[in-house]
Design a protein around this ligand. Structure first.
Ligand code: CA
Length: 490
């Protein structure tokens, strides 16, 4: 009895102290991982037979997997600008890749983005140190100096912020297509950017490995401020060139190809890229290219694992938000398409994992629809930051707490196809997908019974109510396309 009173007093004192601690708790760090052109051939999303990505499995166990997440646009440049500004292409009107920039020319490409606050800058404005490396904004391995990064949005950037990856990657040695007995007409030409081959160097000499080495150094460094660390991995973007050991994990004889259905495209919009598939099939390159893509996925999965290891070995481990996203999906021959630039799920579905310390229901997966423009407001809410007025996504925090909590909004992916003036838009709810193209053509798919989107139900009266409901989620006044600004100094 004698000792009970001090214990009671201590307990009473601890309650307000605990509440005070919560208000004063240190801001969570953010590990923001972008992966280029990574589709759903990863074990947490399981859209490839026998696929195994052990490090993305590790991440899935410690985060919420958004299994129905979509890019805002199915191309690198517009998708990344949308993520980093929170402004959807349906508003900014930046729908397609625009090359030849040196700096954030997107501020001139869209008047709406002129003064947009980049995500990393927003965190800086609220006491964070924001550092980045690799491909966050659009750039390519083979276009040195062509970058849409905004150097002013970072405290520091690895290497040249306007040429962040080209110096890091060596090319494989090739025989020409003629020497190989392949017909002329390889997509993207004789440089074999659209090709697969092992590199004769160890991992340590490859671009993403060196980038992760840098990121590990950042995680180990003393942190005077909360850290926003952005790591932009470039593989599995073409060319599919990674060290031999990653190819060895996927022997050519065992490579599986995606399911295709004869006549599938008879009821579908013409994506305009069937020439790529024709060349691949005629030259019996499909398995070889699939092997290169899978090898590149295994390589990048390993790099994600190195990042997780470094985080876990650092003092930041317990208080770091982890986000991993890809800028769009990818076709390896599905619907006779290669790469992206379409609006089917294979193109727009992206890996998206979010871990929030002490908040996310880790290990769970949700089919609630998400768009990558939701990331900006999500990270703001998790870090206790205001959401800038420019953002038009919605926070995913409700789904981090309760993964199947219904979302009232659909996903939205927008694009302008080469031969059309008006924008095309695609929306998904937890089950259905509806696309209205710029030429007026419509597609509707029931992903529960038809996950490969073989049967277009848009004209089927049995689905009329679904179509009407999803059509209401399309942008009210679809904007057109914006091209390169005239006379830009960038
Ligand atoms: Ca079809």
């Amino acid at each position: 009895m004698k000792s009970a009173i001090p214990k009671l007093l201590t307990a009473l004192l601890l309650v307000p102290m605990a509440a005070l601690h919560a208000a004063d708790a240190p801001k969570p760090n953010v590990l923001f991982i972008a992966v280029d052109d990574l589709n759903d051939y990863i074990s947490p999303l399981a859209n490839h037979p026998g696929v195994r990505t052990p490090n993305l499995d590790r991440l899935a166990k410690r985060s919420v997997t958004f299994a129905n997440a979509h890019c805002a646009a199915p191309a690198c440049h517009p998708s990344r600008v949308a993520v980093m500004t929170g402004v959807h292409p349906a508003k900014s009107e930046i729908y397609v890749n625009l090359f030849g920039a040196r700096g954030p020319r997107w501020r001139e490409e869209s008047p709406l983005l002129k003064d947009a606050v980049v995500l990393s800058q927003h965190f800086r404005n609220h006491g964070y140190r924001a550092v980045g490396g690799g491909k966050i904004f659009h750039t390519l391995q083979w276009t040195p100096g062509d970058s849409q990064n905004d150097p002013a949005a970072w405290d520091a950037y690895r290497g040249d912020p306007l040429d962040p990856i080209s110096k890091d990657w060596i090319r494989a040695k090739f025989e020409s297509d003629a020497e190989m007995g392949l017909t002329p007409g390889r997509p993207l030409g004789q440089g074999k950017l659209f090709g697969a081959a092992p590199l004769s160097v160890p991992d340590e000499k490859t671009g993403d490995h060196m980038l992760v080495d840098w990121a590990i150094g950042e995680l180990r460094a003393p942190q005077p401020k909360p850290l926003f660390l952005a790591v932009g991995l470039f593989r599995p973007h073409i060319p599919w060139e990674v060290p031999q050991k990653w190819f060895d994990l996927h022997p050519l004889a065992g490579v599986k190809l995606p399911v295709v259905q004869a006549g599938d495209l008879a009821d579908a919009h013409d994506h305009g890229r069937r020439g790529w598939h024709k060349w691949v099939v005629e030259n019996k390159q499909w398995e070889k290219l699939m092997q290169g893509y899978l090898a590149s996925i295994s390589y990048v999965d390993y790099q994600v694992g190195r990042l997780l290891d470094a985080l876990d070995a650092s003092p930041l481990k317990e208080n770091t938000i982890i986000v991993l996203w890809s800028d769009h999906g990818f076709h390896i021959g599905e619907k006779e398409n290669w790469e992206k630039f379409a609006l089917w799920t294979q193109t727009t579905r992206v890996p998206l994992f979010i871990h929030a310390p002490r908040l996310s229901r880790d290990g769970r997966q949700t089919r609630q629809p998400a768009t990558l423009t939701d990331l900006y407001p999500t990270l703001c809410e998790l870090a206790g930051l205001p959401v800038p007025a420019q953002c038009d996504g919605a926070s995913l925090v409700p789904q981090l707490k309760t993964p199947e909590a219904p979302r009232s909004r659909t996903s939205l992916t927008s694009y302008v196809f080469g031969r059309e003036q008006s924008a095309s838009h695609a929306v998904s709810d937890a089950r259905y997908r509806f696309i209205r193209y710029g030429n007026g053509f419509e597609e509707l798919y029931d992903l529960e019974t038809d996950p490969d989107e073989f049967t277009n139900r848009a004209a089927d009266p049995a689905f009329a109510a679904v179509k009407t409901r999803l059509a209401q989620a399309l942008p009210a006044s679809p904007a057109g396309n914006r091209g390169k600004p005239a006379n830009s100094p960038k």
